[in-house]
Design a protein around this ligand. Structure first.
Ligand SMILES: Cc1cc2nc3c(=O)[nH]c(=O)nc-3n(C[C@H](O)[C@H](O)[C@H](O)COP(=O)(O)O)c2cc1C
Length: 202
């Protein structure tokens, strides 16, 4: 499937076949696609918690306003990010580059993020959002349905997955075999409201 088709057919699907299990190879392909996605300074600050344990899924569902996708989709991926990735041996993000490039990048990373907590968090959320879209488009291209989700208690889910102190949760992506078509599209804002030429009006 080409990218445009995956973009056009991806919808937030809410009902899933609870008995369907996504083949391991497909799940690996979906996750590896997300790992190929962009991150600032190649930080690769996303962390993907793939929740398959049914008991844990039930607990997460209870913390997610009882939304059925949480337990019924084949997998629930909690897309997280490490806020402190910038200071955890950053040269390793450039391990395949020459030594001088590694040193240069490590210095730039430190300079950019040190003491800038808002930037660290913004960057984490950017990485999670981009990764979530890659997860969804890849899953759709392989014939699955998906749902992005942030309708849950972030603190409660953080406890359930043992989220480290210096990590954040971005969102969930549920992936599985849909059993009901998505609701009709909610509607698109006019192009001219969302696409601007050069700058906003004064
Ligand atoms: C960050 C984010 C959080 C969302 N949270 C939920 C959610 O908790 N439950 C849900 O059913 N749908 C959720 N959605 C799906 C949106 O409602 C859906 O993407 C939107 O209505 C557009 O529909 P479409 O994705 O089918 O085009 C979420 C979407 C995004 C991007």
């Amino acid at each position: 499937m080409d990218v445009l088709k995956a973009v056009a057919t991806r919808r937030a699907v809410k009902q899933y076949d609870p008995d369907f299990q996504i083949p391991e190879a497909d799940l690996a392909q979906i996750l590896d696609a997300a790992r190929m996605g962009p991150t600032a300074f190649n930080l690769q600050n996303w962390r993907f918690v793939v929740v398959t344990d049914p008991a844990l899924r039930q607990q997460i569902r209870a913390a997610a306003w009882d939304q059925a996708q949480v337990t019924d989709a084949s997998v629930l991926i909690v897309v997280c990010a490490d806020l402190a990735a910038w200071k955890k041996s950053p040269a390793r993000y450039w391990q395949d580059a020459p030594q001088d490039v590694q040193t240069l990048m490590a210095g730039m990373i430190d300079q950019y993020y040190r003491g800038r907590e808002q930037v660290q968090r913004d960057e984490a959320m950017r990485s999670c959002g981009l990764a979530a879209q890659t997860l969804m488009l890849t899953a759709v291209s392989l014939g699955y349905q998906t749902c992005p989700m942030d309708g849950f208690d972030f603190d409660a889910v953080g406890k359930l997955i043992n989220l480290p102190e210096d990590h954040v949760i971005g969102l969930f992506v549920a992936i599985g075999k849909g059993t009901a078509p998505p609701q009709p599209r909610g509607g698109s804002l006019p192009r001219q409201e969302v696409i601007l030429a050069d700058r906003f009006a004064d």
